[in-house]
Design a protein around this ligand. Structure first.
Ligand code: ATP
Length: 237
């Protein structure tokens, strides 16, 4: 079986600083994989490297096709949507404008309308706030909007950077429940970067642990969750 995403010997650089050292992992079609690790371990950089947003060496293949060095827009067009840390929504535009801009290149209005309805089915709060400026939404709603913008691209793979960041536990639970539904119902595979390891291991089927730019552990989430070092370092018990 061909992995949907296959990363091998991935190295990334900020100027002279190397942030990733031969990172390798694979993500099955339909799967949810999480990247765990402390601050500065290289999780965000891994997502940026997949989208060619940082200087990269090594090999990234999407659905069997090498994408290393391709323009970010063309990687997006293949079906990879990035939900960045900090959410990246247009704060002065309304919820609806943010969503329509994401689908702009697709053009066909009937399809876009259907996708909007699908997004609002997942996130009914956004329908209630459709004409509100994105910058006036709560943090949780802004995160919902960021995920929804990615969905408007009809992705096959979503790269999610810290969707729980700065949010209250209840809203985080709500967002993670919806991410699971999106995975199951819309068949979107996910690569999830999270500080909240317990939450990430519950959602994901596979986990990779990064330390100073290297993969130091990998396995099914159920195994990683029960590893003594992981429990002590990331789960706090
Ligand atoms: P965090 O949870 O804090 O975002 P992370 O695991 O996502 O951590 P990265 O942001 O990928 O880590 O950072 C990996 C390394 O690259 C760190 O040493 C960081 O200091 C460095 N780095 C990240 N962004 C830049 C940048 N724009 N310029 C220079 N170095 C950077």
């Amino acid at each position: 079986m061909v992995a949907l995403l296959e990363v091998n010997g991935l190295r990334a650089f900020y100027g002279q600083t190397q942030a990733l050292y031969d990172v390798a992992f694979a993500l099955e079609q339909g799967g949810i994989t999480t990247l765990l690790g402390a601050n500065g371990a290289g999780k965000t950089t891994t997502l940026r490297a997949i989208c060619n947003m940082v200087r990269t060496e090594g090999r990234v293949a999407f659905d069997g096709q090498p994408i290393t060095g391709r323009a970010t827009e063309s990687i997006v067009r293949l079906g990879v949507a990035h939900v960045p840390e900090g959410r990246g929504t247009f704060t002065t535009l309304t919820v609806e404008e943010n969503l329509r801009i994401a689908a702009y290149t697709r053009g066909r209005s009937a399809e876009v309308k259907r996708d909007l309805d699908q997004v609002f089915e997942y996130f009914p709060r956004l329908r209630e706030r459709i004409q509100q400026q994105a910058g006036t939404l709560s943090g949780g709603e802004q995160q919902m909007l960021a995920v929804s913008r990615a969905l408007m691209l009809r992705p096959r793979l979503m790269l999610l950077d810290e969707p729980s960041f700065g949010l209250a536990p209840l809203i985080v639970q709500e967002i993670f429940r919806i991410l699971r539904r999106i995975n199951e119902e819309s068949k979107v595979s996910m690569l999830l970067v999270e500080q909240n390891a317990a939450l990430a291991l519950d959602l994901a089927d596979h986990a990779y642990v990064l330390e100073t730019g290297r993969v130091v552990m990998a396995g099914p989430s159920s195994v990683v969750k029960n590893d003594e070092n992981i429990r002590k370092s990331y789960l706090g018990y």
